[in-house]
Design a protein around this ligand. Structure first.
Ligand code: ASP
Length: 404
C-alpha cells in the first residue's frame, strides 16, 4: 500500500470512529440494524488470525537462527511485559486511591444489572492459566481462536525446525510463503475497516439505547469511568515515554500504529486487531523478527489496560461496599490483577471474567461485578487500545535490542 493510500485509509478509519460514535449517540436503537456489517469485518479479521499466528511465530522464531537466541529475546520480551504491566497496575491503584470513585455511593445508588449471576462464572485459578497454554487438541483450540496453545505449539515447532538444517528448509519455506500470503489478505481486509468500525461502534451505542440513555445509566458510576480513563491516559503517556527514550521513535510510530489502535477501539479485541498491529509495526520499521515473535505473544498475555482496569474496578467495588482495602489487600490486588490480565483472552470483555481471580483473592463478593457491568463494553474499548499500544511499543523495544 502506498503512503498516500495508507494515509487516506487512516483518515477514513478515524471518520469511522467519530461517525459511528455520533450516529450511535444520536440515532440510537435503529443502528443495531447495521451490526452485521461490523460482524462481517470482525469475521474477516478473525479468519486470518490462526494461519497468520502460526506462520508468523514459526518464521519469526526460525529467523532468529539459533534457538539459544530465543532465550535472550524471550527474556527481554517477558521482562518488558511484566514490568509495564506492573506499572499499569500501580498507576491504577494510585489513581483509584486519589479519586476514590466509590466513596459516598452505595450499591443501591447504582443501576446494577440484576441479571448478572456470579455463580454462573467458573472461578479461574493460577493453574488454569498455566494449563490453558497447552492444548491436547490444536484443532479445537484453533476453532475457538484460543491463541496461547497455538503460540506454544508454534514456538516448539519452530525450535525443532531450526535444529534440522536442510531437512527443515521446505517446511520453513512453506510457512514463509504462507506469512506473505496472509499479510496480503490483511491488506485487502483493511479496506473494510472504516465501515466495519463505524458499524461496530454505532450498533453498540444503539444497543445501549443511544448516547443519552447510556450517559444516564452510567451517571451513578461516572467517577469510576473517569478513574479508568485517567489511569489509561497516564499509562499511554508512560508507554510513549518508554518508546521515545529507548528507541527514539515517537509520533511517526504512533501514526503507523493508528490503524491498529482504531481497530482495537472498534472491535474491543486485541486478537482480532493482531493482523493490523503486525502490519502497522512492520510499516513503522520494526524488525520483522520482533514483529512476528513479540506481537502474537503480546496480544495474548500482555494486557496493560486490562490490568489497570481490573485494579481500579476491584478497588471501586470495595469502596462501594464500604470495605477497607489496606496495604496488604492492595498488594494482593497488585499481584492478582497482573495474573488476571495475563489470563484474559484478547476478546471483548474478557477482563470482566478474570476479575473473579482478584475479587476472590481479597474476599470481595463476586456480585460486585454487577455494579460495573453497564459501562464495561465502553471501557473495554479504551483498555483494548492500551493493550495493543503496549504490545506495539514492546515490539519496537525488542527490535532495538535485536539490532544492537
Ligand atoms: N478486550 C480486551 C482485549 O481484547 C480484554 C479485556 O480487557 O477484556 O484486549
Amino acid at each position: 500500500m502506498s503512503e498516500q493510500h495508507s494515509n487516506r485509509l487512516l483518515w477514513a478509519m478515524l471518520a469511522g470512529v467519530v461517525g459511528g460514535a455520533t450516529a450511535g449517540t444520536i440515532i440510537g436503537q435503529p443502528m443495531v440494524g447495521i451490526e452485521w456489517i461490523g460482524t462481517l469485518f470482525l469475521n474477516a479479521l478473525k479468519m486470518t488470525i490462526i494461519p497468520l499466528v502460526i506462520a508468523a511465530v514459526i518464521t519469526g522464531v526460525a529467523s532468529l537462527g539459533d534457538v539459544r537466541k530465543l532465550g535472550k529475546i524471550g527474556g527481554y520480551t517477558l521482562g518488558y511485559y511484566a514490568s509495564t504491566t506492573a506499572v499499569a497496575v500501580l498507576i491504577g491503584l494510585a489513581v483509584v486511591n486519589v479519586i476514590e470513585p466509590g466513596a459516598g455511593i452505595t450499591s443501591e445508588d447504582i443501576n446494577a444489572d440484576n441479571s448478572y449471576d456470579a455463580t454462573e462464572r467458573t472461578p479461574i485459578g493460577f493453574s488454569d492459566i498455566v494449563l490453558s497454554a497447552v492444548s491436547p487438541n490444536l484443532v479445537a483450540a484453533a476453532a475457538e481462536t484460543k491463541l496461547l496453545p497455538i503460540i506454544v505449539f508454534s514456538l516448539i515447532f519452530a525450535a525443532a525446525l531450526t535444529t534440522l538444517g536442510a531437512k527443515g528448509q521446505p517446511t520453513l519455506k512453506f510457512f514463509e510463503s504462507l506469512n506473505h500470503v496472509m499479510m496480503k489478505m490483511i491488506n485487502w481486509i483493511m479496506y473494510l475497516a472504516p465501515i466495519g468500525i463505524f458499524a461496530l461502534i454505532a450498533s453498540r451505542l444503539g444497543k445501549a439505547g443511544g448516547g443519552m440513555a447510556f450517559l444516564h445509566e452510567a451517571q451513578a458510576i461516572g467517577g469510576y469511568v473517569i478513574a479508568v480513563l485517567v489511569g489509561l491516559a497516564i499509562h499511554s503517556v508512560f508507554l510513549f515515554s518508554v518508546l521515545r527514550l529507548s528507541t527514539g521513535k515517537g509520533l511517526d510510530f504512533l501514526r503507523h500504529l493508528s490503524k491498529a489502535l482504531f481497530t482495537a477501539f472498534g472491535t474491543a479485541s486485541s486478537s482480532a486487531t493482531l493482523p493490523l498491529t503486525i502490519s502497522g509495526a512492520k510499516s513503522a520499521g520494526v524488525d520483522d523478527r520482533a514483529v512476528r515473535f513479540v506481537l502474537p505473544i503480546g496480544a495474548t498475555i500482555n494486557m496493560d489496560g486490562t490490568a489497570l482496569y481490573e485494579a481500579i474496578a476491584v478497588m471501586f467495588i470495595a469502596q462501594v461496599y464500604g470495605i477497607e482495602m489496606g496495604v496488604m489487600e492492595q498488594t494482593i490486588i497488585f499481584v492478582t490483577a497482573t495474573l488476571a490480565a495475563i489470563g484474559a483472552a484478547g476478546i471483548p470483555q474478557a477482563g470482566l471474567v478474570t476479575m473473579v481471580i482478584v475479587l476472590s483473592a481479597v474476599n470481595l463478593p463476586l456480585e460486585g461485578i454487577a455494579l460495573i457491568l453497564s459501562v464495561d463494553w465502553f471501557l473495554d474499548r479504551f483498555r483494548t487500545v492500551i493493550n495493543v499500544w503496549g504490545d506495539s511499543v514492546g515490539s519496537a523495544l525488542v527490535s532495538r535490542v535485536m539490532r544492537s
